[in-house]
Write a protein that binds this ligand. Structure first.
Ligand code: AMP
Ligand code: MG
Length: 327
């Protein structure tokens, strides 16, 4: 009988349940995304969305395993970082199944899961990772059992920068794809604050200035292009420095913003200059259950399960606190 795990994602906008076989040959995702009517993610509304969809999505995942006559051997869930009310929905569902079926429970770090699914899908082995999403903006690499941070945002994430700016322009979040499309329509450029401090980044000055220029009627495509050029150049600069320092031979981009062609183009150029191979996957860059399921397989094989009474959520869990036993 083939053995499977289930992984539950609920850190922010997505409620997802992934299924992965222990041999890694099958990974599937069942997800549903909360889209705010207006504004950004409202934590309570998102958590209500997750509670509403949990049972339906979980049934789809269980059905998948049953149809294959498989055996469920472990449960994993995104333990953090993320929005408290949202995280608690996934944790509650995970604890309930684990205790009802008497299965081991694994607390998965959401950022680690983005990286591990990226490695699995691309075949990258020991990459310098550019993790760019709604929740994260950091450059990390595995060193001695931990994902060490070689640079990160000091304020908002790059996904937030894009989404908050586009909301000011009247577009609902997430609006990264629209920002990218509009940017391609312009060849003009306006100055925006380029802020790199050591190896860290700050994006809030770009947001303030771009919103100011928007109100002064600078065309939106020009602003989208300028915002992308400046923010992505900052990220590329820090990635290049980390690459020179770590001498890694691979660079992997993961997270929702990895969908952006211009960012990938800039990163590929520095990879070429440093003889590193550039990796990205079209699939599962945004939040999903599959990445939690695959990381649960790794945790099941190499890590320790959580006691139910110690399975509280960690909204501010940092990636560099997580020991990676499979490294
Ligand atoms: P995640 O938190 O990993 O689900 O990523 C969501 C973030 O990715 C949101 O802020 C989106 O606006 C952003 N995003 C998605 N597609 C693109 C794109 N093509 N360009 C820039 N940002 C994007
Ligand atoms: Mg994410």
């Amino acid at each position: 009988m083939k053995e499977y795990v289930i992984g539950i994602e609920s850190t922010a906008h997505t409620f997802g349940v992934g299924v992965a076989s222990l041999d890694g040959s099958e990974i599937v995702d069942f997800s549903h995304q909360y889209v705010p009517e207006k504004g950004g993610i409202h934590p309570r509304e998102a958590s209500e969305h997750h509670s509403k969809f949990a049972s339906k999505i979980l049934s789809q995942a269980i059905e998948y395993i049953c149809q294959r006559n498989g055996e469920l051997v472990a449960i994993g869930f995104s333990q953090g970082p993320g929005l408290g009310p949202c995280l608690r929905v996934g944790a509650t569902v995970a604890r309930a199944i684990a205790s009802y079926l008497d299965l081991p429970l694994f607390g998965i770090h959401h950022g680690v899961a983005h990286i591990e699914i990226g490695k699995k899908l691309t075949g990258a082995r020991d990459p310098l990772v550019v993790l760019v999403s709604g929740g994260h903006t950091m450059i990390v690499a595995l060193e001695a059992g931990y994902y060490r941070v070689f640079g990160e945002t000091l304020d908002i994430s790059i996904g937030n920068l894009i989404d908050m700016f586009m909301r000011e322009a009247g577009f609902p979040s997430p609006a990264g794809p629209l920002c990218e499309k509009l940017a391609q329509k312009s060849s003009d450029f306006v100055e925006l604050p380029y802020i790199v401090k050591g190896t860290d980044l700050s994006f809030s000055g770009i947001l303030t200035q771009a919103v100011k220029l928007l109100k002064r009627n600078v065309p939106l495509p020009t602003l989208c292009r300028s915002l992308q050029e400046v923010a992505f150049s900052m990220l590329t600069e820090v990635t290049e420095r980390a690459l020179a320092h770590t001498k890694k031979k691979e660079v992997l981009i993961v997270g929702g913003v990895a969908a952006n062609r211009r960012l990938r183009e800039m990163l590929s150029i520095i990879c070429e200059e440093h003889s590193a191979k550039f990796y990205w996957s079209e699939k599962w860059n945004g939040d999903n259950g599959a990445m939690i399921a695959w990381t649960t397989v790794l945790a099941y094989k190499y890590g320790e399960p959580l006691k139910i009474e110690e399975s509280y959520v960690k909204p501010l869990w940092r990636i560099d606190e997580v020991f990676i036993p499979w490294s």
